[in-house]
Design a protein around this ligand. Structure first.
Ligand code: COA
Length: 384
């Protein structure tokens, strides 16, 4: 989210790019000169690390107040998420004098000096990818790699996972495919900022292309011909949970939880879960999860058949990967044919369910219920 906001604000004084950091001249006096203010503006551009949305909104608001005075712009529409968050931040400052805003801006920038930057959280190592694909011992590992965002899945990540699945399905050296997460989460599901980068066609276009991408993405899991394993290293939310019904085995750390807060978000189930979950756990339990958003522990999910086995977190990685390495040595063709026998009767039904769920979501994404829920989530950290 932060990175996307930075991109969207690239013409504002909040531009954050990876230039070397230079020492900032800080003002500890009661006033900040115009020169201090200009230095601070330059310093913002030199920050190595994204300071986060909350700080960027504060900086934006103080900058506008310092240069233009109180906000008297018309309030942007509710679907114009980014400009609305910026407007809210500026408007919240009220009638703060320009000079005070200038000093607060300078002080805030000085608090983002290299020493405080170095204690900040790092999203990912330079050069690392949001989806990391590795192959070893017949196992293709697809690892979600946005630990700072709890491995929320961006549009680009959906596309990368889809391409990886297509490639590995044809790779003779790949016997087993694993999806897992880096860091403390397996995945927090769909990245809710996927809805904020509005193309010229507006939210309708986002909903339409999103629905097509979702359908293609889930179709790929339905058709995947080889053993597909989820290594659920931590909490899973939304589509990271619903897809599990399409995996051949789900191994979970006892730290993992399983949560599908669709109704709270004004959304509906996807990943074929409206069909697979009632089959796996019975309609009553499925409804508690998919409609009422009940969060399951790993042991509860295992008792209900969604998870194959739960491992203590302390030995999770060691035990699971040892087991997978042994499975990857089994005859691949026998595994593939067995999977086809077990799965093929359901495929047509699953594709139909997927199409229906994707269409329903396209409508939901345009609903006021959904918009309000997403705005609430996105503005959660933007409150000044
Ligand atoms: N979409 C976009 N950003 C997400 C995200 C998601 N699904 N999940 C987490 N993030 C971001 C947060 O906004 C935050 O970003 P920031 O540091 O730039 O502010 C960062 O990841 C860390 O999350 P945070 O909320 O601070 O961690 P937490 O431990 O308090 O809570 C969650 C973790 C997953 C419970 C919470 O982030 C959440 O509820 N996310 C939304 C989950 C969701 O509704 N998914 C869609 C289901 S359909």
């Amino acid at each position: 989210m932060a990175a996307r906001l930075v991109r969207r604000w690239c013409l504002s004084p909040l531009q954050v790019v990876g230039f070397p950091v230079v020492q900032l001249h800080t003002s500890r006096t009661m006033r900040a000169s115009q020169k201090d203010f200009e230095n601070a503006m330059n310093q913002v551009k030199l920050l190595k690390k994204d300071p986060g949305n909350e700080v960027k909104l504060k900086l934006y608001a103080l900058y506008k107040q310092a240069t233009e005075g109180p906000c008297n712009m018309p309030k942007p529409g509710m679907l114009d998420f980014i400009n609305k968050a910026k407007w809210d931040a500026w408007n919240a400052i009220g009638s703060l004098p320009k000079e005070t805003a200038r000093k607060n801006y300078v002080d805030l920038v000085s608090s983002l000096s290299p020493s405080s930057e170095s204690s900040g959280r790092v999203d990912k190592e330079p050069g690392s990818e949001s989806v990391v694909i590795t192959s070893e011992d017949g196992i293709t590992k697809i690892m979600l790699n946005r630990p700072a965002q709890k491995n929320a899945i961006t549009i680009q990540m959906y596309q990368e996972i889809l391409s990886a699945l297509e490639a590995t399905s044809k790779d003779d050296n790949s016997v087993i495919t694993v999806l897992t997460g880096n860091g403390d989460y397996y995945s927090s599901g769909n990245d809710l900022t996927n809805f904020t980068n509005l193309p010229p066609g507006g939210i309708e276009e986002v909903a339409k292309t999103g629905s097509i991408l979702l359908r293609d993405f889930v179709d790929c899991f339905i058709d995947f011909p080889k053993p597909l394993i989820a290594v659920v290293n931590g909490p899973a939310v939304g589509i990271a949970v619903t897809l599990l019904g399409l995996f051949d085995a789900v191994y979970a750390s006892d730290r993992a939880t399983f949560h599908t807060p669709f109704t709270q978000l004004g959304q509906t189930a996807e990943g074929c879960s409206s069909y697979t979950f009632p089959k796996i756990m019975g309609p009553a339990k499925a409804i508690e999860m998919l409609i009422f958003g009940k969060k399951l522990t790993a042991h509860e999910a295992c008792a209900q058949g969604l998870v194959t086995e739960v491992f203590p977190d302390s030995t999770f990685q060691k035990e699971v990967w040892a087991r997978l390495k042994a499975y990857a040595k089994l005859p691949p063709n026998a595994m593939r044919i067995s999977k086809e026998l077990i799965r093929h009767n359901e495929k047509e039904k699953l594709h139909a369910v997927n199409a229906e769920e994707s269409t329903a979501l396209q409508g939901r994404w345009l609903s006021e219920e959904c918009m309000n829920a997403i705005i609430n989530f996105l503005s959660r950290k933007s409150k000044l």
